[in-house]
Write a new protein. Structure first.
Length: 197
């Protein structure tokens, strides 16, 4: 049993790629072979690299292998994996297309092709229906009668104007200056007349 006083310094384990790994690909119908080194010596893993081809639909041969700089033991093959990638179906409305390959050096330090993705781009116009309805503007305020004109039916006279003939003043109108407010005298009912017998 170790003593609780026994301690070690903090440490961290980092994965170290010992051999460089590359890919070689060739599109079908051509003789040109392209080789790229993806995972260099000393790089950490797991790691994933993406290779994108614009305006291509696929249709190529891919080989994952150790590069020429690798120092392999005698008898170890340089080729790790080989893939035959088909052609993606391009739609009529597609304006731009591309496809991407994702190659990874997994947790076991074995390189492989993870996936191939075919990408298509196009523009669509969406028509939004607009309801057409009559727009009602703000209501106009009734115009005030001009100076010297009598107010229209249903309109109250202006300040200082007398009501029309046969028209009683409104209850809430105050008497003019210098005039006394006229109070109506209360009506007293007449006593009943004596009935003769």
């Amino acid at each position: 049993m170790l003593s609780p006083n026994f301690q070690v310094a903090n440490f961290q384990v980092e994965e170290h790629n010992l051999e460089p790994i590359a890919i070689s690909y060739k599109f079908k119908g051509t003789e040109k072979v392209v080789t790229k080194e993806l995972f260099k010596v000393g790089s950490s893993f797991p790691s994933t690299k993406t290779i994108t081809f614009d305006n291509k639909t696929g249709d190529l041969d891919l080989i994952v292998h150790y590069s020429d700089k690798a120092t392999l033991s005698e008898g170890v093959p340089t080729q790790i994996a080989q893939y035959d990638i088909g052609t993606g179906t391009k739609m009529d409305k597609t304006e731009k297309c591309s496809f991407a390959m994702r190659v990874s050096n997994n947790i076991h330090n074995v390189a492989c092709l993870d996936e191939v993705e075919f990408i298509q781009e196009w523009t669509e116009e969406e028509k939004i229906p607009i309801k057409s309805g009559g727009t009602t503007g703000p209501k106009k305020a009734p115009e005030a009668p001009k100076e010297g004109e009598a107010p229209k039916d249903g309109e109250a006279p202006k300040d200082g104007e007398a009501p029309k003939e046969g028209e009683a003043p409104k209850e809430d109108e105050a008497p003019k200056e210098g005039e006394e407010a006229k109070a109506e005298a209360p009506t007293v009912p007449e006593p009943p007349k004596p009935v003769e017998q």
